[in-house]
Design a protein around this ligand. Structure first.
Ligand SMILES: [Zn+2]
Length: 245
């Protein structure tokens, strides 16, 4: 049975409570990477409830700008402000804070390279040469950030991925491509297309291989059915959803 971790980027939105309830009812654990600006817009109530239900919060920066566009100091400010918000949410929930997790917006780790676009080329994820990437990795490690995944996916054999302080992924659902504002501009244009993509990904369906999936949390009204259909599809296919600590 294929195994996977579910991670969700860009929370909170007006749908966060419903999406977390949906996952909770399916007994699917998830790690939510939250944006500070979205907490300011939509409040922290849904995230407090999520933490109480056992969901884990990670840091996805304050304003979701690509870190390649920011100075090192601006990057640190983005991380620290969001960290304070997360600490506050755990305190309000009365839940002990687990380890710290961080995911770069657009998976741009500071050099302007959005690895999501060419993840299969693992040499694009070098964290050992670009000065800002190196400095950010050092900062994250010193502050105790790590990845919670026990991942045996082939791309994780690349040591710069396995040893990274930030959280990466092995499969992006591309759920956002079905938002009205994106529809028609990308190769996947229907739920059927995205389900087929899941079915056709060899590693995602390989017995004994662990995958890390990116889903999103988007405020648009058309989004929740996309999210729920894709999760339902994986449930029907018999995926095992691993817990995140
Ligand atoms: Zn994001």
């Amino acid at each position: 049975m294929p195994q996977c971790y579910v991670t969700i980027d860009d929370s909170p939105t007006p749908h966060t409570s419903a999406l977390c309830d949906f996952l909770y009812n399916h007994r699917i654990p998830a790690l939510l990477f939250i944006r500070g600006d979205m907490v300011k817009t939509y409040g922290d109530k849904a995230l407090i409830d999520a933490v109480k239900k056992g969901f884990i919060l990670g840091n996805h920066s304050m304003t979701h700008r690509p870190f390649g566009d920011l100075s090192y100091e601006e990057c640190i400010d983005e991380i620290e402000k969001t960290e304070d918000i997360i600490t506050g949410i755990y305190k309000k929930a009365g839940v002990a804070r687990p380890r710290r997790y961080f995911r770069f917006p657009y998976l741009d780790r500071g050099n302007g390279d959005r690895i999501e676009r060419h993840f299969e080329k693992s040499n694009a994820t070098d964290i050992n040469s670009h000065p800002k990437v190196v400095a950010l990795q050092k900062y994250l490690k010193e502050k105790g950030y790590s990845q919670p995944f026990q991942c045996n996916h082939p791309v994780y054999k690349n040591s710069s991925i396995a040893n990274a302080a930030d959280c990466l992924m092995t499969f992006s659902s591309f759920d956002w491509m079905l938002l009205d504002r994106h529809k028609g501009q990308w190769p996947y244009q229907s739920i059927g297309d995205l389900k087929r993509r899941i079915d056709e990904d060899q590693m995602l369906n390989e017995k004994g291989i662990t995958s890390i999936i990116i889903m999103h949390d988007k405020p648009e009204p058309e989004f929740p059915p996309v999210f729920e259909s894709l999760i339902d599809h994986m449930v029907i296919k018999g995926y095992e959803f691993l817990s995140i600590l």
